[in-house]
Design a protein. Sequence first.
Length: 240
Amino acid sequence: MLEEGLSYPFNGDSALGRIIIGGLLGFGSFLIVPAIALMGYLVWVLDGAARGEEEPPAFENWGDMIVDGLKATAVTIVYGIVPFVLMLISIFVAGSGGTTGNETATGILGGIGLLGLLLSFVALFVLYYLIPAALTNMALEDDFGAAFDFNTIKQVILSGDYLVAWLIPFVLAAGVQILLTAVTFVLVLSIVGILALPLLLIVGPFIQFYVQVAAFYMFGVAFGKVVDVPGAVTEDSAAL
């Protein structure tokens, strides 16, 4: 799966053009609309990968892409409400302990707040695992509500295929981030780095787009295998 995922962004005659457009969208994400369009494109990657399509989708039908990006953003927000609220409450509880003037109460409230923060981080980690499956189901069904079809989503996220598909991109993304951070740190400390650092900052969004497309391909392929989507990549078809 890793080999197919890493090569997937380069499939097709328009690979370079797609990476350039995706990198430019990432570079302009602070303008919000490019970030939403990029999210919509990644949803298309999930959909195509689950259906066994060999090439990444083209950057076209921008209106539909932005709409799908808005849907994906809304799904992420809905799923993120609970851990976000829990985090805010935990911070408030921990902070309120210092206003009581009682050391025992301060310790208890601080402990409760710390526990709440820990639980909120665990919830965010779970969501990071769950959301790609939710977005894939939404894309396949072309229905916003399908992102909350927990019967299908549970079947996928409890499978070994999906776990592997999630672990590989997680390690890959973490490795790329560590590498970029290390290179940036080394460049900052060198005279050459002062000149090369701006180039690295420019290249970063293009590398990130490549990693995202590869990762979302693996998510989509795993989903297609588990749910048995027509045309999905299987061990037999991957070997051909």
